[in-house]
Design a protein around this ligand. Structure first.
Ligand SMILES: [Zn+2]
Ligand SMILES: [Zn+2]
Length: 58
């Protein structure tokens, strides 16, 4: 069984064991999954889509 690790888009921390982390599909291109840890959500760190370069705080 292969476990694909997920890393925060903003700080690159592994989020698999962080409670409150979220992942969602890029609201701009609808293709790339964006992952954010709870810490980056709290400080509203910017994320950037690797697919379309869209960036945002939410
Ligand atoms: Zn983070
Ligand atoms: Zn995108």
């Amino acid at each position: 069984m292969v476990i694909k690790e997920k890393y925060c888009n903003s700080c690159k921390t592994k989020v698999s064991n962080i409670v409150g982390s979220v992942s969602f599909i890029c609201p701009n291109c609808g293709e790339k999954e964006i992952i954010r840890c709870s810490h980056c959500r709290t400080i509203a760190a910017r994320y950037k889509c690797e697919n379309c370069n869209f960036s945002g705080p939410n």
